[in-house]
Design a protein around this ligand. Structure first.
Ligand code: SF4
Length: 459
């Protein structure tokens, strides 16, 4: 028998505690280990049975297996039933969900019911174009009666139920949606000056990547979103807020989840968003962000012409292994070399590196110089992002003066640099703040010795 606390220490995991819940955040990286645990009594008294059940679930155990050096980090995509395909049918009613269908699938479906391809295009335009954004059959003006009857018998329009919208003092709006299974996702609309408004969509409920500076990561992964659930976020944001914030011009896949962990549905949704007869976002203005899943990144660059952002956040493997556990699977050198190779043949394509600045962790001038070296030969822009604190976070914001000095080192090194300060902070709508924690949370990783004094929490 192995004691829980000993093993957690060996795995480099610590537990977090608050007054309501003792969170035995990581117990084992293998199912067999979970069976052999000796549980300290405090954990038994605080619902550990549920935690063990949680950890035994295939998806989480697979996610947590990053802490065992020999195990694969990521769960296979088909471990999540909703990952593949558009999930265009609602199980209970056997109706298709229109928002998750590509135009080709929609046309095929329309023809299979005995209607003309031209009618498919009319339907597509009413779903996505000309400020109609139809959400029920009554809004399908100009379509013939038989066609409308067929649609109401065999199709649903959307996949989301509106729950709430919260406005931050800076004009950022956070929209909450309830899914069919009762889970809740968040979508953020960020008005900017110069007539640009961005919608930030979620691709998963929660996230398996467990980036240590991210609130969503602490939720763990609940499930992938379908293509319909992703597309509907952008449609709904336009329908709900265009009259207030003006035209929504940009989409970023930077909400809840790691988009490339749900790549089938993300590519499908992105392709629907850029269709010129539909929502018609410019591919340059639809940006998909990843924490660095290398095989999926290659696939994305080959199958989708939308923009790519890579969340980098560190200049050494030591720091990145800690704050972004995905780095244990795909090291910085592999990630950057892949980008160098893949982008070498692309014309005028730049990757956006995101760099969340954490005081005393990744914001030294040595980091800035290393960053200049690391991105050599990669067509890129670098976005320095102010860290957005949240309850339980152990990191501290880098102050603005230091961000500017860091920016200057990058600029002197020849990099194109942008700076992004917090938006929507007072409504937990800022980058890395989305989601809702349950009683069971993803593990907090052991802080490397040399960074402990830089963190505000004693861990
Ligand atoms: S930063 Fe992105 S990839 Fe990392 S845990 Fe948060 S949502 Fe997931």
């Amino acid at each position: 028998m192995v004691s829980l606390s000993t093993t957690m220490r060996r795995l480099g995991i610590i537990t977090v505690t608050n007054s309501a819940v003792v969170t035995p955040t990581l117990i084992s990286s293998t199912a067999s280990f979970a069976r052999n645990l000796t549980l300290p009594s405090p954990l038994r008294n605080h619902g550990l049975t549920n935690s063990i059940r949680f950890l035994k679930s295939r998806s989480l155990l697979s996610s947590l297996s990053c802490f065992s050096s020999s195990a694969a980090y990521l769960p296979a995509l088909d471990e999540f039933p909703s990952t593949k395909g558009s999930v265009a049918m609602r199980d209970d009613k056997k109706k298709v969900i229109l928002k998750g269908m590509s135009y080709a699938s929609l046309q095929e479906w329309v023809e299979s019911h005995g209607f003309r391809p031209g009618q498919a295009m009319m339907l597509w335009k009413r779903l996505y174009k000309d400020n109609i954004w139809a959400e029920n059959v009554d809004q399908l003006e100009g379509l013939n009666k038989d066609f409308k009857r067929m649609i109401s018998e065999h199709a649903e329009f959307g996949a989301l139920s509106f729950k709430d919208v919260r406005s931050a003092s800076d004009g950022t709006r956070k929209i909450l949606f309830t899914l069919d299974d009762g889970l809740v996702i968040e979508t953020v609309v960020i008005p900017c000056d110069r007539g640009r408004t961005t919608v930030c969509v979620s691709s998963q409920v929660g996230c398996a990547m467990n980036c240590q500076f991210c609130y969503t990561g602490r939720m763990g992964l609940k499930r992938n979103l379908t293509a319909a659930e992703i597309v509907e976020q952008a449609v709904y944001a336009r329908r709900l807020l265009s009259h207030e914030v003006g035209s929504i011009t940009n989409v970023v896949f930077m909400g809840m989840g790691e988009p490339f962990h749900n790549i089938d549905n993300v590519i499908k949704a992105a392709n629907i968003m850029v269709d010129e007869n539909g929502l018609h976002f410019s591919p340059r203005k639809v940006t998909v962000s990843t924490s660095g899943l290398v095989p999926q990144l290659k696939r994305f660059l080959r199958e989708c012409n939308c923009a790519l952002a890579v969340s980098l956040n560190a200049t050494t493997d030591e720091v990145r292994n800690w704050i972004m556990p995905i780095n244990r699977k795909y090291k910085l050198s592999l990630l950057l070399e892949t980008l160098r190779e893949e982008l070498s043949s692309r014309h005028k394509y730049k990757v956006l590196f995101e760099y969340v600045m954490l005081a005393g962790v990744n914001d030294s001038m040595e980091d800035a110089k290393r960053l200049v070296e690391l991105v050599q030969g990669i067509p890129c822009k670098i976005n320095l992002i102010q860290f957005n604190p949240h309850s339980g976070s152990q990191f501290i914001q880098t102050d603005e003066d230091k961000m500017i000095k860091f920016r200057n080192v990058l600029a002197e090194g020849g990099c194109t640099v942008l700076m992004r300060f917090s938006r929507g902070n007072d409504q937990m709508a800022a980058c890395g703040q989305l989601g809702m924690l349950g009683a069971i949370q993803a593990p907090v990783m052991r802080v490397p010795e040399q960074f402990r004094t830089a963190l505000k929490a004693s861990v």
